[in-house]
Design a protein around this ligand. Structure first.
Ligand SMILES: NC(=O)c1ccc[n+]([C@@H]2O[C@H](COP(=O)([O-])OP(=O)(O)OC[C@H]3O[C@@H](n4cnc5c(N)ncnc54)[C@H](O)[C@@H]3O)[C@@H](O)[C@H]2O)c1
Ligand SMILES: [Zn+2]
Ligand SMILES: [Zn+2]
Length: 361
């Protein structure tokens, strides 16, 4: 039977979001309905509502979520009703050319629900990143549900579903930070701080945090930043060179999504340094670079989608690290809010007041 739940909808570029009734069909073959317990507010939700991802409005926002499987459709055997899961926006298909090549973390045909959730008038919704979890319940592909230890509280667990995984994975999987390396992270929001945390637990000897906000820099120290650079006060590239004996860092991670910070990250590297791009640029942004600068400095430049994670491998790993006290995911949770407070949470994010506001359902 179709269910009616509350969901946060973005109708047009820049327009404030609204809380509306969302219709959820029973799960079909390969699908699951998940009762959402918590969903973090990621900057990518704000990118969606600004029209900076695509124009497939209306969006059902929210994609950093943990919850409990309520029901599953035909042929689903990976999860069952009652399972505690984190929702993943990458669910490798196993059959595309990337999966077949042994690179499921780059799957080109990641699974989503085939049926649509709609508004009361039948308008089909685009769930953010194929999830749509600022809602009491949502419909996903069952393979997007990753079972984890229910001992981890949902407000912390849910964050692994996007920002925390993207940041940790950028350091652990994409950059493969090695013990003794030097790392600079540009942007100390939830994603950047997770990259700082990941670099620190990987044994980096210096982790330099760069931001324009003093409060963010102070929080970054709490995740393992050894040095902080306020790029409104000093030249970030020069300061990073000074902090690394004139050399630059082995790894620079950009977690903002701006041309100027990508350029700073590029030039803050040592020769043969690795540049990892995590921040999501708007479609109109351009980056100009003399080719000789790329060639002459060597090294690499690599975008990192979802921290190159394999959700079934990496989500339980981060949960176990949390439960064992290796990391403390609760440090990312700035506040718990109600579902009607998402628009205000976007403004808090823009004003730099929070790392993560988490909607509790
Ligand atoms: N690649 C992925 O898979 C992935 C996943 C999740 C999020 N993201 C992207 O990562 C980025 C960060 O997300 P977030 O949720 O941490 O956002 P956020 O808004 O919480 O953090 C951004 C940080 O950048 C800082 N900042 C802004 N302009 C700056 C500048 N010019 N110089 C230095 N610092 C600056 C802000 O003060 C803030 O601390 C976004 O673009 C988001 O869309 C990417
Ligand atoms: Zn695939
Ligand atoms: Zn996200």
């Amino acid at each position: 039977m179709t269910q009616r739940v509350r969901g946060v909808i973005a109708h047009g570029a820049g327009a404030p979001v609204s809380l509306e009734t969302v219709l959820i069909p029973d799960p079909g073959p390969g699908e699951a309905v998940v009762d959402i317990a918590a969903c973090g507010v990621c900057h990518t939700d704000l990118h969606y509502r600004e029209g900076a991802i695509n124009d497939e409005f209306p969006f059902l926002l929210g994609h950093e979520a943990a919850g409990v499987v309520e029901s599953v459709g035909e042929g689903v055997n990976e999860v069952a009703p009652g399972d505690y899961v984190i929702l993943a926006w990458r669910a490798p298909c196993g059959t595309c050319r990337s999966c077949r090549r042994g690179k499921p973390h780059l799957c080109f045909e990641s699974a989503n629900a085939s049926q649509k959730m709609t508004l009361e008038d039948g308008t089909e919704l685009s769930p953010a990143l194929g999830i749509g979890a600022f809602a009491d319940k949502t419909l996903v592909a069952a393979s997007q549900c990753v079972k984890v230890d229910p001992a981890a509280p949902p407000e912390a667990a849910g964050l692994i579903g996007c920002g925390v995984m993207a940041g940790f994975g950028a350091a652990l999987n994409t950059a493969r930070v090695q013990r003794g390396e030097t790392v600079a992270v540009f942007g100390c929001g939830g994603v950047g701080d997770a990259a700082i945390y990941g670099a620190a637990i990987s044994g980096a000897r210096k982790v330099i945090a760069v931001d324009i906000d003093e409060q963010k820099l102070e929080w970054a120290r709490g995740f393992g930043a050894t040095d902080t650079v306020n790029s409104t006060e000093v030249d970030a590239v020069e300061t990073i060179r000074e902090l690394t004996g004139g050399l630059g860092v082995d790894v620079a991670i950009e977690a903002i999504g701006l041309p100027q910070t990508l350029e700073q990250a590029f030039f803050s590297r040592d020769l043969a340094g690795r540049l990892v791009m995590v921040g999501v640029p708007a479609p109109t942004m351009k980056w100009e670079m003399p080719m000789i600068e790329f060639f002459g400095r060597g090294g690499s430049m690599q975008p990192s989608w979802y921290g190159d994670c394999l959700p079934t491998r990496d989500f339980p790993m981060l949960i176990d690290h949390h439960l064992n006290g290796v990391i403390d995911l609760s440090k990312f949770v700035s506040e718990k809010i109600g579902i009607e407070e998402v628009e205000e949470a976007f403004h808090k994010m823009e004003r730099g007041e929070v790392l993560r506001s988490v909607v509790m359902l």
